[in-house]
Design a protein around this ligand. Structure first.
Ligand code: FAD
Length: 385
């Protein structure tokens, strides 16, 4: 065995890959993680300060067992590092009673006995006077939900992995890979490596690494904005929760966070909101990341409708990328046709970060044992090929 041979190589040390590097190194494997940019960076899918975590999963109840484990795994990360990465703020779900956001939350909450409270519009107004919501909307509140700090978490996982002996190279891009003998050979911008197993967790770069999947994946440009409030106290973390609101048009969802000015979160000041609809389609190589007046207008129009008279100024705008599968569910499992040697975790259609702790564990199990006890069959790659 030479220095360029590893038990496993992980491509992309972002949300999923950093967690995988940690879990694989903790299991005693010789790990190489390759990241084309710095750890973390703003050119992938993990930039922008915060990500929501919630359990009453409206997208599909099958995600709930994964979330149960993800919450426990986030707690373990906090215990191992002594760092706070999860802030429980509670989460409001707002929408018409028949909107899939509301029906989906009710279904998951009921199937898995997740505490979710119903509020009237008057109760919402009393607790959070900044909201202005039509009477006909349903309002649900999940207390055991909140936010994670991706730009803190990813370097923590990478640092833990390195402490456990993993080699992690920044500024090194995978060019191509193939099966060779009993393992894989990987060519990068700097060297050639060999390994027994390969993990592909390249986010928006997945289509380029897996041409067979490229036609099924859509990369979109998503906008986030930070607003300076006229009354900052009303948006502080101890006074204001995370929220998600489905508009009556049936396809626009916006979501937001309290201001994290007093939290070790990095990023802009003010409260953040973002659009969780189908953003403009872009490509992996597209470098158009600069937000424009149209992006700001989208967020300001939403504020005028539901948080009127609350904003003094836009403090920052950023863009980030979703990589969407046709059914908007993840791609997680062995890559078909590669004899269990290649695992894939990515394309999380704009809702994957909260799972990255448990996804690292799943990738460890797939690599070490060829299978996982976590119920991820519904996310298998074969459904897309
Ligand atoms: C605006 C926005 C808001 C979101 N909000 C939420 C939320 O509230 N809650 C939630 O759970 N999820 C949310 N998500 C989704 C979540 O952030 C993503 O699902 C998650 O970050 C995807 O992780 P990933 O590991 O697939 O991608 P990334 O974190 O982008 O990691 C992929 C890495 O692979 C690297 N890479 C790519 N190609 C190569 C190559 N050839 N060689 C080497 N390295 C390579 C990239 O540089 C990158 O670092 C949001 C996403 C966006 C964009």
């Amino acid at each position: 065995m030479n220095g360029n041979h590893f038990d496993v190589i992980v491509i992309g040390v972002g949300s999923m890959g950093s967690s995988a590097c940690y879990q694989l190194a903790k299991s005693g494997l010789k790990v190489l993680g390759l990241e084309q940019f710095n750890i973390p960076h703003e050119k992938g899918s993990h930039g922008g300060q915060s990500r929501i975590i919630r359990k009453a999963y409206f997208e599909h109840p099958d995600y709930v067992p994964l979330l149960e484990r993800a919450y426990a795994s986030w707690q373990e990360l906090e215990e191992v590092t002594g760092e706070k990465v999860y802030h429980e703020t509670g989460l409001l779900y707002i929408g018409l009673p028949d909107n899939p956001l509301i029906t989906g939350v009710r279904q998951s909450a009921s199937l898995y006995s997740i505490p979710v409270e119903s509020l009237t519009v008057a109760e919402l107004k009393k607790s959070y006077p900044v909201f202005s919501v039509p009477e006909e909307m349903d309002i649900l509140f999940e207390q055991a939900a909140g936010l994670l700090l991706p730009e803190k978490i990813i370097p923590l996982y990478a640092a833990l992995a390195r402490q456990l002996g993993a080699e992690i190279h920044e500024g090194e891009t995978l060019i191509d890979w193939q099966l060779e003998g009993d393992g894989v050979v990987v060519n990068t911008s700097k060297a050639t490596y060999r390994a027994d197993r390969l993990v592909l967790s390249a986010g928006a770069g997945m289509g380029r690494l897996l041409p067979v999947l490229n036609q099924h994946l859509t990369v979109t440009r998503q906008v986030m904005g930070w607003m300076t409030a006229l009354d900052p106290a009303a948006f502080r973390k101890d006074a204001f929760p995370c929220w998600t609101l489905a508009e009556p048009d049936g396809h626009s969802i916006f979501y937001g966070f309290p201001a994290l000015d007093d939290v070790d979160a990095g990023g802009p000041k003010g409260f953040k909101l973002a659009y969780h609809g189908h953003g403009e389609e872009t490509s992996y190589d597209d470098t158009d990341r600069i937000p424009d007046a149209k992006d700001e207008q989208l967020l300001r129009d939403f504020i005028n409708r539901y948080l009127p008279g609350t904003v003094a100024a836009t403090s920052a705008l950023k863009t980030c990328r979703y990589t969407n599968t046709p059914d908007e569910h993840f791609m997680l499992g062995h890559l078909p046709g590669y004899d269990g040697k290649v695992s894939v975790a990515s394309c999380c259609s704009g809702h994957g970060f909260k799972f990255s702790s448990v996804v690292g564990e799943i990738l460890r199990d797939l690599t070490l044992h060829g299978q996982t006890e976590m119920p991820v069959g519904f996310l298998g790659v074969e459904r897309l090929i």
